[in-house]
Design a protein around this ligand. Structure first.
Ligand SMILES: [Zn+2]
Ligand SMILES: [Zn+2]
Length: 421
């Protein structure tokens, strides 16, 4: 029987894997710059947590969550996103008391049982952050800047930022009334089944609907005085931070927990429906889950999409190929193998990328492998070399070799390495 990866899941190999690591490393450095602390949360949570936070009528919860029962008959879900778990951890661990600054970031795998389509996988990676306890729009501005900083430092150019304001509890009833009026005018029967079902839970979802969204093209939501002045402050702050953005009334995000600011960052490289980052404010979520009233704002970057964009634009596979600097070969004699393996370790200990130890192969095929790997230098150890306490150092490019005394061998290799780097 031949095994294959599960439908919708994939192996990430070679340059792609390196690009994932590069993006993660870049993100960590930038989060540090903005003074965010890392948080690692479990891959599973009680499925109820996601029902309460993301919303029962969202696509994610209705159709896409991996839910199963564990042996204790608990209903468990593979996390479809990171925010719910971080908020749960924030309350459970009393982080508001433990940390003077409450800015957290996470990097990890998420799971959604979406219909497989190109560029979408059922296991995907997100880099996200949650910033608790700051009501000021400057927290919103900071995290939009931060998201853009991560994307640009990873190598993406020309990102587009869209923002919107979904209002607070005060403006929400008004917004709902406005949307209802339009829907009544439109004739409710004309809406798709999803919208009919979702409307009473969260009318904003209708604006977000792929089928019905277009019908609300000219609709501008009215906000309460506080929200509209905050929205002005946000727009001015973004301008002062030299961030270009557009306001999109259609941007409502697919999750129920957002309030006030929402935003998406897109890149044209993957076509129009290509948000690579999305986020916003969710000032009620901590309280809804049993914590104290706590302002919060955050975002998540889709790493798979980010990597796809980078592979289509900047990071070409060839330029990223890495070769060992030294390759260590030995002839069949046991003493040669021992000595060669010792030297290989010494080279690595001095911080130089090295390969070797393929001692079951003939010397000829070891050299062939060194060549195929693009190695700069080969170290060869045979019976003669052991007897004379020497090694052979071969420059693979010019195909010349010399003997060096065993004592000075590592120093000599280091010198070659420093000349080359
Ligand atoms: Zn409001
Ligand atoms: Zn619809």
């Amino acid at each position: 029987m031949k095994y294959q990866s599960v439908k919708g899941f994939r192996d990430i190999l070679g340059v792609s894997a390196e690009t994932f690591s590069f993006v993660e490393k870049t993100a960590r450095a930038i989060f540090r710059k903005y003074n965010f602390d890392e948080i690692r949360i479990p891959t599973v949570e009680l499925s109820d947590l996601f029902l309460r936070t993301i919303g029962e009528t969202t696509d994610i919860v209705e159709k896409e969550m991996y839910v199963f029962e564990d042996k204790g008959k608990r209903k468990i879900a593979l996390r479809p996103e990171g925010t719910a778990g971080v908020v749960r951890a924030y309350i459970e661990n009393n982080l508001s008391q433990k940390y003077p600054s409450q800015k957290f970031f996470y990097i990890g795998q998420m799971f959604r049982q979406e219909r497989p389509q190109s560029g979408r996988f059922r296991e995907f990676s997100q880099i996200g952050c949650e910033y608790f306890g700051n009501l000021s729009v400057y927290a919103d501005i900071e995290i939009i800047l931060l998201a853009k900083d991560i994307l640009e430092s990873s190598g993406i150019k020309d990102v587009k930022i869209e923002i919107n304001n979904l209002g607070c509890e005060k403006c929400r009833p008004l917004l709902q009334k406005n949307i209802s009026e339009i829907i009544t005018k439109l004739n409710f029967d004309n809406l798709c089944d999803d919208c009919k079902r979702r409307f009473s839970k969260n009318p904003f979802r209708v604006l977000d609907c792929k089928i019905d969204g277009e019908k609300f093209k000219g609709f501008t939501p009215k906000l309460c005085n506080e929200c509209s002045s905050e929205f002005e402050e946000l727009k001015n702050g973004l301008k002062n931070a030299n961030l270009n953005f557009t306001v999109s009334n259609k941007l409502v995000r697919g999750l129920d927990y957002y309030t006030k600011t929402v935003f998406e960052i897109t890149s044209d490289v993957l076509g129009s429906q290509s948000a690579v980052c999305a986020g916003g404010r969710y000032d009620n979520l901590v309280k809804d889950l049993g914590g104290a009233t706590t302002a919060a704002v955050g975002f998540a970057i889709g790493v798979d999409r980010l990597v796809e964009i980078l592979e289509k634009t900047v990071r070409s596979p060839k330029s990223e190929a890495k070769s060992p600097f030294v390759f260590v070969c030995a002839t069949e004699n046991d003493d040669c193998k021992k000595m060669a393996f010792h030297i290989l370790s010494e080279i690595r200990n001095s911080g130089i990328i090295a390969d070797g130890g393929y001692f079951e192969k003939s010397l000829k095929s070891q050299m062939r492998l060194a060549d195929a790997l693009g190695t700069k230098y080969a170290v060869i150890i045979g019976d003669e070399e052991i007897k004379n306490k020497k090694i052979i150092l071969r420059d693979m490019k010019v195909q010349q070799q010399k003997e060096i005394g065993l004592d000075g061998a590592i120093e000599e290799i280091k010198k070659c390495f420093n000349r080359n780097s």
